[in-house]
Design a protein around this ligand. Structure first.
Ligand SMILES: Cc1cc2nc3c(=O)[nH]c(=O)nc-3n(C[C@H](O)[C@H](O)[C@H](O)COP(=O)(O)OP(=O)(O)OC[C@H]3O[C@@H](n4cnc5c(N)ncnc54)[C@H](O)[C@@H]3O)c2cc1C
Ligand code: SF4
Length: 549
């Protein structure tokens, strides 16, 4: 259509949302195409989060018969979400998991989501790109792994997804310098503290990049700056696949099947091909037949599903002939430092993601560790703030005093590039879940490099807050963002999927979520996960039309 917004021409999601003050296009959902279990569809996708939804939308546009099955609900922001911390717990994947290792990673609210939109429903909204160096850390720094793809191969996909979310921010000077489609948001009290402290120390800090509409985008309204991004943005200003990719997918003939927990990938042992997925929906066991299967269930559930799909041909788990499934699981070290100011900061009165610096992202020979970290505003709401204080050992009267002083505090968080280690992995535990399936056991231990980066990041955050005028600073250690576990590699001895996300073991099984990342940089991962999934979609579409990529 002449004059049509070019983003709308390739992804109409934001224009398919209602324009009447409600947030869900119920008609689109009601009228969506529905496949029968016995239809052999072109592709069934397990999980409709960051990676799964992009694949779904792209291939629906390419006229594939495609369905995404998600274990969780099809959220309606009007009915299901509340702007309240305590009332948002149902957004998380809280099924049992066993954690172990010398530095076990807490699960639940801090780690993964359940339901259409995946973890991005309650993610903070930071959407930085990885740096070119992230794709070759082994060559450059002698640690981590080289990806089988390079940054320039991903660049066009980064640009496309940044336009579709859309991302707002200042021109980005780090990594591959680039601009953003939306101008930066004004910053609140926490962002001002960060900018002030950084400027006094000569550290460059910038507003953004955040996947939050700055101004109207289609029928999505402007952010209203009330800080509930991690509770599911009821306003529809913050991007998540529920509003950025699923509506367009439905309009192009895809099916999204919520409340469908996939329990096993079926394999024809004679042909060595996947034939569909077994799943449980509303208490009934069902089977969706498909020509191809893509798994996008998040870094824990994806390896778990592969391991739970063991069969005669793959006795140790699907794609696990070389003992690679579940390995190289990564989590970023994410210390948080809070500083107290005499003046009120009121960090809750803005989106938590506002300002960040990537000045410390790359290896610095002056540090006793390889690779680096980024620093971002985090702005915990009161319950999370209480957890922060309690983690410092304050209880009772002291905790109450910190809580009543909440408006005077500012909070920064670091993301440290913890290294991919083979022994950090997902395996199966003895314990079973409500479907009778072994739950995931997640073993995690830090190495010396990891600890050195966390110490360095803490020291910089404390310096920034002191420079901004804080009279007291406190730091807690925590983690963020699980990725890896089914990594992309040059060959099957070093990973689970190839450079297109295709498993080495089964020609018609793909993985398109955060588990394919070989390294994690110091960037929040969602944008990269979506970009990698979009690249896989292009590869599949090209193959289907007889081309190559
Ligand atoms: C509190 C929090 C804040 C975050 N903030 C940021 C941020 O600011 N920026 C950023 O980039 N990232 C952030 N993240 C991380 C980001 O959201 C995730 O990395 C990303 O969404 C992962 O994408 P994915 O496709 O791997 O999985 P997900 O998006 O989690 O999607 C997986 C989907 O699969 C479904 N599923 C799983 N197993 C099955 C099964 N067996 N059958 C059917 N369905 C299944 C789940 O229900 C889920 O919907 C944050 C995460 C959390 C928890
Ligand atoms: S601050 Fe903006 S993006 Fe965050 S929840 Fe509120 S309206 Fe949504």
């Amino acid at each position: 259509m002449p004059g049509q917004n070019p983003v709308r021409a390739r992804n109409e999601s934001a224009w398919l949302l209602p324009n009447d003050g409600t947030r869900t296009n119920h008609r689109l959902r009601r009228d969506m195409r529905q496949f029968a279990d016995e239809d052999e569809i072109d592709l069934v996708i397990v999980g409709c989060g960051a990676g799964g939804s992009v694949l779904l939308q792209r291939l629906a546009r390419d006229s594939w018969k495609v369905a995404a099955l998600d274990a969780g609900p099809f959220w309606d922001p009007d009915a299901d979400w509340v702007s309240d911390e305590a009332g948002s717990h149902h957004l998380y994947w809280t099924d049992p998991r066993v954690i172990t290792g010398t530095d076990p990673v807490p699960m639940g609210s801090n780690n993964s989501g359940r339901g259409v939109g995946g973890s991005m429903v309650h993610y903070a909204g930071y959407t930085p790109r990885f740096h070119p160096s992230d794709f070759m850390t082994r060559t450059l720094d002698g640690v981590g792994a080289d990806w089988p793809i390079s940054y320039p191969e991903l660049r066009p996909y980064y640009q496309a997804i940044e336009e579709e979310l859309p991302v707002a921010g200042e021109r980005w000077p780090w990594g591959d310098p680039h601009g953003y489609p939306h101008r930066p948001h004004p910053v609140g009290g926490n962002g001002e503290v960060f900018l002030r402290g950084a400027a006094r120390l000569g550290i460059t800090a910038k507003a953004g990049p955040v996947a939050i509409a700055n101004g109207r985008f289609g029928n999505r309204p402007h952010c209203i700056y009330r800080g509930f991004c991690l509770q599911g943005c009821k306003v529809n200003a913050k991007a998540s696949p529920l509003i950025t990719h699923v509506p367009d997918a439905l309009a192009h003939g895809a099916e999204v099947r919520p409340d469908a927990m996939v329990t096993r990938i079926a394999v024809d042992e004679r042909t060595g091909r996947a034939t569909g997925v077994h799943y449980v929906s509303h208490g009934r066991e069902r089977f969706q037949k498909a020509r191809m299967v893509a798994v996008a269930g998040y870094s824990i559930e994806t390896p778990r599903l592969l391991l739970n799909s063991a069969c005669g041909r793959f006795p140790d788990g699907l794609c696990n002939d070389f003992d690679q499934v579940g390995r190289y699981l990564m989590v970023q070290g994410a210390p948080q430092t809070a500083g107290r100011f005499d003046a009120e900061v009121r960090m809750y009165k803005a989106p938590p993601p506002e300002v960040s610096t990537e000045q410390f992202y790359e290896t610095d020979p002056a540090r006793d560790a390889k690779r680096g970290f980024s620093i971002q505003t985090v702005s915990p709401l009161p319950i999370t703030w209480a957890e922060h204080i309690a983690a410092q050992g304050h209880w009772g009267r002291a905790l109450r005093e910190y809580m009543s002083d909440y408006v005077h505090w500012s909070c920064l968080g670091a993301l440290c590039e913890f290294l991919p280690l083979p022994e950090n992995r997902v395996t199966l535990a003895e314990e079973k879940d409500r479907y009778g399936l072994p739950v995931a056991r997640i073993s995690y231990s830090q190495c010396d490099n990891d600890r050195a980066l966390a110490r360095a990041a803490q020291s910089v955050m404390e310096d920034i807050l002191h420079a901004a005028g804080a009279d007291q600073v406190i730091t807690i250690q925590r983690y963020a963002h699980l990725v890896g576990g089914a990594r992309m590699a040059a060959d099957e001895r070093h990973g689970v999927v190839d450079r297109h996300g295709r498993s080495f073991a089964l020609p018609n099984l793909y993985i398109t979520d955060g588990s394919v990342l070989p390294t994690q940089g110091s960037a929040n991962p969602a944008l990269t996960i979506m970009a990698v999934a979009a690249r896989t979609a292009d590869h599949l579409a090209a193959r289907a039309s007889g081309g190559t990529t």
